[in-house]
Design a protein. Structure first.
Length: 235
């Protein structure tokens, strides 16, 4: 699983570069906001003690697009912060990460569809119970979490390849556990060991929300005239 992101990038890149088509590049700024959460079946089973609330999360960063015709690879790098709260026993879990996406994107007729993996490099996890906030030691959580991502949307401004504004929806769900084995021993992420009386369960991060991006076309590789060598041409 740790090599999943690298393999996906290489596979998509090699398959695209094997095609004799013009390749063009774009860069962009991105931001997303929406519902975020952390699902753990062991906590959900204790619904008389912990009652899930809808959390929130936001991210911001940039992207590099490598495009062939209607298909391409979008590499996003975003800084993220999100939280999950519970009602009956007031607890809030916060986490921060640097997220790297490698998404296959199909864009046509001013709309797009994207799918692929995300690697989150977790740099902070904390638990707030009442007025007490505990920042987790690094040994209590996994520093890398891998997720599956799917999204879709449409251009809302610009359509000439040089500049565009895109609004869409993105859905993410973690395929690996936020909590480490040491974390499970102290009842992470809720810091209540009693929740694992019937066995450990994974804490899966999730996100569903709106994503907005501003894109600028950089240029493309192509032939300026018949029989000429391919060269990079600025937009």
């Amino acid at each position: 699983m740790k090599h999943f992101l690298t393999i996906a990038v290489l596979f998509i890149s090699l398959s695209m570069f094997g095609q004799k088509k013009i390749v063009w590049f774009d860069i962009g700024l991105k931001a997303q906001y929406g519902a975020a959460g952390l699902y753990n079946a062991a906590i959900a089973d204790n619904d008389s003690k912990y009652d899930y609330k809808i959390g929130s999360g936001f991210s911001y960063g940039g992207k590099l697009g490598i495009n062939f015709g209607y298909n391409g690879l979008s590499i996003d790098v975003m800084k993220s912060k999100a939280s999950q709260s519970f009602d009956l026993t007031p607890v809030t879990i916060d986490w921060e990460s640097l997220d790297i996406y490698a998404l296959f994107r199909h864009a046509k007729n001013l709309g797009y569809f994207e799918i692929g993996p995300k690697m989150s490099m977790i740099n902070k996890v904390s638990n707030t119970r009442g007025n007490e906030k505990i920042e987790f030691a690094e040994s209590l959580y996994n520093k890398q979490v891998f997720s599956g991502v799917v999204g879709f949307g449409a251009n809302i401004m610009g359509n000439d390849g040089r500049f565009s504004g895109i609004l869409g929806l993105r859905f993410e769900y973690a395929l690996t556990d936020l909590d480490s084995e040491d974390g499970k021993k102290v009842g992470a992420p809720i810091l209540d060991p009693s929740i694992y009386a019937n066995g450990n369960k994974a804490s899966n991060l999730a996100f569903a929300g709106v994503v907005f991006e501003l894109n600028w076309g950089i240029g493309y590789f192509g032939k300026a005239q018949c029989g000429a060598r391919s060269k990079f041409i600025m937009f």
